[in-house]
Write a protein that binds this ligand. Sequence first.
Ligand code: EPZ
Length: 466
Amino acid sequence: MTVVMLHRYSRCNHRAAAPGVANPSLVHILGYMVFCRAEYAGKTESRGMDLSYLEIKGGVPLCGEIEIQGSKNAVLPILAACMLGEGVCIIENCPFIGDVEDTLEIMKMLGCRAERDGRTVSIDASEVKAYEIGGTCAARIRSSVLFLGALLGRMKRAVIPLPGGCAIGARPVDLHLWALGCLGAEFTGRDRIIASAKRLHGSTVKLPLSSVGATENTILAAVQAEGDTLIENAAREPEVDELCEFLNQRGAEIARLEDNSICVRGGKRLKGVRYCMKADRIVTGSYLLAAAATGGRIRVRNDSCRNLQSLVRVLQQMGAEIDCRDGATVLSSDGRLFAVPYLATAPYPGFPTDLQSPMMAALCRAEGKSRICETVFENRFRTADELKKMGAKIEICGKCAVIDGVEKLRGALLAAPDLRGGAALVIAALQSQGCTTIRDMTYVDRGYESIERDMSLLGADIKRYR
Ligand code: EPZ
């Protein structure tokens, strides 16, 4: 393991840093990383007994208009960024989802004033003195790790539990630690992450993997560092650019360069700002796949799929008609889809790993054999077992799932295996014959405001029981 890491973690290049800056204590960080990789296996702290479930009567084509919620994977780093600088930040179109509520709890624990008025959240971090995050909230969600960069940026110290999140793979945090180490942070701790930095300095951080979270954490610390930081092989996901847009509106100077690196000018004064979240592209994609699979015609009012072109191309290949214009998307389908001979998930602009399970569900009744390969996470096919209970024919071969389309899916008693897997089961149930029950819906509520409300708006026969 260490050999692999040494290979992966070539020296931080201090081209842009102040002269005479020592290398991060790699042995120190490595020891910690080995611990993170070896013992951390995507624990997901549940919110206790989850009694809520959905009942869905399938076979109804989806028709109508829908407004998509604000983006989960953009608002979470933006909330962490509200810890930085001064002034009150007003976040509009902030979705009502479990991960946001947990994040707001964490921020209140740290001394933030966080108030919600409908979908508008106001954050005042002026009184923040604490830097230690405890409790179950942080251990439940993946994005709690982003408070490492935010708290180091603000307090030069941070103590956080190992983050949670969907059990879709090991989900180590070694890249986060290594990248923050390049800026001068040091780490100790066994069952939690204890971070400190005498000072944060600019650096050139060449990420071995274009990790979304590690890119975001580096940005959160770099905006408060002395000097400039260049993040090479930075993640290209739109949510990273939305974080940069938010911070630039606050007074930061962050630019995405032609080679997709991100340059951060450290030390700029950050002020309060009013910011409106963009639509959640993964929720948009989930709903488009649901409409394609059930047949029907839906209009997504506030998302033109500008950041979903990889999905649009595949949906057209499957036989759906899509029209993206004037900020909206219209999808029409007769419900009988063509199979997709080969599809691999990949970092943006590739096909999103978060739509892999919803796509698998949509392909269960497609004509022919489809193959989906998951290249981002190592354990993201757990939905297949639940889909097979409905009569789906799916075989997992290593990193790939082979789906042999069947004429019909039958209703069944299912359990959501994770956030996007739960949404996939809803897509399967909507196109099946008979009634399906899906329990453990708390997973889905972490990322979808109210999937039953939205599907009902589009004509589905779906009820939530709590
Ligand atoms: C973000 O997770 C998203 N979550 C995920 O969405 C999304 O699937 C993922 O990016 C990829 O797009 C949030 O933004 C809150 P990564 P993140 O770091 O940042 C490995 C959803 O359903 N890696 O880009 O955790 C990692 O194991 C969620 O909304 C390391 O090895 O993803 C994975 O194989 C699920 N070491 C790959 O990189 C590290 O330190 C990509 O992970 C970090 C990551």
